[in-house]
Ligand binder design. Structure first.
Ligand code: G4P
Length: 525
């Protein structure tokens, strides 16, 4: 198979959801269809159980497991599928944001009883920013949940995206009878079965009397009525709109019962995009270009505490990556070759000789890579990394062991490069502030500084509401702003100006008083 065909058959995506909606279960069922695993229960849930937030062993275990499940590749029909796993715990949302830079599309799982939840809303914001095509799987139809039409309205409003159901449930909970696959025009009757796939019945004419035989007169009437309404209310499915990220096809089912999953997967491989062009600072990079290029979107550090080794995860953006070939580490301006790149098939990690645009390769590293680094066949391309978002929590980080100042500095630098949290340096007093999205990250940082760098840190409180990146077309006005707010000005690790607002009110006042200044809640603008 030629380069072009190899790339076109790739589907690289992430499943995202609020914890407990069924992401792990759905992932596992997709692997089951791909023949990558043979029994349900084989995929370890990579979530840190919410009850054990301070259980360090659990976190270490989690880090171990999640390398194995970071990328799950498998073959299905003629397609090569790469599922990128995202951490379940919301304190690691930043990790998930970054993973979203490496995918070409997304499947969102929603619990039919709970509807759209906070985490889903946040993740969808990132998809919207990047115009990532999304499909929605409404899960747990075997339980009583919200009315399907209400759920669709909720998805449309809360996630600010048009929806188009492509399958439709026949009841739910105890009386759940199955789904009608609008996309393929067939009927799939429900039999709870956690392992195997149920047969579908081709069913083009819904007015046929046979429908009554399968699901009874009452449900047949209701299904016809519902589908009439669907056809009346929602525009026809348009793949272009889906690819532009403006409309989400919706499927209903039950991941636990392997039901409605095949419909989702079959439609997914047909409509989801193959690797999309990636924007670099210099130009748009097309996946079909011969020359290899890629970027680091995730770093897994110090897996083995005895060796300072990391794995840098590289998304191949164009061409073909090959083992033992020299590539350019653009930021460092040096050539490097890799003798043991790994690829991920199902849950196995193995050395590979080549990988194509769309694939993820894991490169063993000893501290050369940072999140966002570009690797190319020679061209100086800088891929745009994911923006940093204003953290939700802030603390001053202080050295608790004066003898270990250097170690602390090194540890902080490396953990920030790895993307564990964000560092801001207050320009007024020089103090370092760490910003995170959750309390757990502070604990992880303290623990890792001690265990990996022998450095001790202490946290001190700081009352902050948001960190905003500021810019202006008027350099004088920016200067004026920075002078007026000098106690609250900081720099992020790239040296950009950041305003630390200690309350929503202060921020609002600043926005009103300084009309020429633009305040951004993410670092990409
Ligand atoms: P997550 O990765 O999104 O956090 O969710 P996960 O797949 O772990 O699923 C969360 C819980 O929901 C699990 O139950 C899982 O079995 C259940 N679940 C997933 N899909 C369905 C479904 O279609 N129907 C029903 N009724 N339940 C579903 P748990 O009790 O938390 O875990 P476990 O002990 O069953 O593994």
């Amino acid at each position: 198979m030629g380069l072009s065909d190899e790339i076109l058959r790739r589907r690289t995506f992430a499943i995202i959801s609020h914890p407990d909606a069924g992401k792990t279960t759905l992932t596992e069922k997709l692997l089951l269809f791909g023949g990558a695993i043979h029994v349900a229960g084989a995929v370890k849930s990579n979530k840190i159980k919410k009850t054990a937030t301070s259980d360090w062993m659990e976190i270490e275990k989690q880090r171990g497991i999640s390398v194995a499940t970071s990328v799950m590749g498998f073959e299905y029909r003629d397609f090569k599928i790469n599922i990128l796993d995202t951490p379940g715990h919301q304190d690691f949302a930043e990790d998930t944001f970054r993973t979203l830079t490496a995918v070409d599309s997304v499947i969102i799982v929603i619990d039919a009883a709970k509807g759209v939840e906070t985490q889903t809303r946040k993740l969808m914001q990132v998809c919207r920013m990047r115009k990532t095509p999304v499909m929605v799987f409404i899960n747990k139809m075997d339980r009583e949940g919200k009315d399907p039409f209400d759920l669709l309205d909720e998805v449309e409003q809360e996630l600010q995206i048009g929806v188009r159901p492509l399958s439709w449930p026949i009841n739910m909970g105890y009386s759940f009878k199955g789904v009608y696959n609008i996309y393929k025009e067939d009927l799939n009757l429900y039999t709870p079965n956690k392992q195997t796939v149920s047969e579908t019945i081709a069913f083009k004419d819904l007015n046929s009397k046979e429908l009554e035989d399968y699901i009874g007169a009452k449900d047949a009437a209701k299904l016809r009525e519902d589908l009439d309404l669907v056809a009346g209310v929602y525009p026809d499915f348009d793949r272009e709109e889906y690819l532009k990220g403006e409309m989400a096809p919706v499927f209903f089912g039950s991941a636990l019962n392997t039901f409605g999953v095949k419909e989702l997967l079959d439609c997914f491989v047909e409509i989801a995009p193959s690797p999309r062009p990636v924007q670099a600072q210099e130009r748009l990079v097309d996946p079909q270009e011969e020359a290899f290029s890629g970027f680091v979107f995730k770093i897994h550090a110090n897996m083995d505490p005895n060796h300072r080794s990391c794995i840098a995860f590289v998304k191949v953006c164009s061409g073909k990556f090959e083992r033992n070939v020299n590539y350019k580490h653009v930021r460092q301006g040096k050539m490097m070759k890799f003798s043991a790149p790994t690829a991920f098939m199902a849950q196995k990690k193995e050395t590979v000789d080549e990988a194509y645009a769309g694939d993820i390769v894991g490169l063993p590293d000893t501290g050369n890579f940072k999140i966002g680094d570009s690797l190319t066949a020679g061209e100086d391309i800088h891929f745009k990394g994911l923006p940093s978002f204003s953290p939700e929590m802030f603390k001053y980080i202080e050295n608790a062991d004066p003898m270990k100042q250097k170690q602390l500095q090194k540890g902080i630098d490396q953990l920030m490069d790895e993307g564990v949290a964000q560092l801001f340096v207050n320009q007024f007093n020089g103090r370092k502030i760490i910003g995170t999205v959750g309390q757990l990250q502070f604990e992880v940082i303290q623990y890792r500084l001690l265990h990996e760098y022998s450095a001790q840190c202490r946290w001190e409180p700081i009352r902050l509401y948001k960190a905003c990146w500021v810019e202006s077309d008027d350099p004088k006005e920016l200067d004026n702003f920075k002078k007026r707010k000098y106690q609250y000005m900081a720099r992020d690790k790239e040296g950009r100006d950041v305003f630390l607002a200690d309350s929503a009110y202060v921020l609002q006042m600043a926005q009103e008083d300084f009309k020429a200044i633009r305040f951004h809640f993410s670092s990409e603008f």
